[in-house]
Each structure stands twice: as structure tokens, then as C-alpha cells.
Design a protein around this ligand. Structure first.
Ligand SMILES: [Zn+2]
Ligand SMILES: [Zn+2]
Length: 62
């Protein structure tokens, strides 16, 4: 187990909870705490936030 990584579940900004490819059709994503909006797009979704709109979303390979 990797040390002390804490994630919080938040609504995906791309689909606003409806479910899309970026949140695995769940409508929610796990984001590393402290949760904040992506500093590049401020929630508009860009490649740096994996199109979730959040800073440091949990990677599929984490
Ligand atoms: Zn989504
Ligand atoms: Zn972004």
C-alpha cells in the first residue's frame, strides 16, 4: 500500500454527475485531498485534469 494518499469522491465536472467516459460512467471521480478545481481550466475540463475539472484526479493506474 502506498502511504497516506487520501481521496475524496466528487461530482465529475464534465458530465455533472450524468456519467461520461472520463468518470467511467459513474458521474463521480476520486480526487486527491485537499480537493480543488483544476488550476488550468477552473473546472472547464482540460487534458491536465483528465477532463474531470478537478485538480489531481485519481489515475486509473494509481
Ligand atoms: Zn463524467
Ligand atoms: Zn483542467
Amino acid at each position: 500500500m502506498s502511504a497516506n494518499k487520501q481521496y475524496e469522491e466528487v461530482i465529475c465536472c464534465h458530465c455533472e454527475g450524468a456519467g461520461c467516459i472520463y468518470c467511467d460512467k459513474k458521474g463521480k471521480v476520486f480526487v486527491l485531498k485537499p480537493v480543488k478545481k483544476c488550476s488550468y481550466c477552473d473546472g472547464d475540463c482540460c487534458i491536465l485534469c483528465g477532463y474531470t475539472g478537478w485538480e489531481k484526479p485519481k489515475g486509473k493506474y494509481d
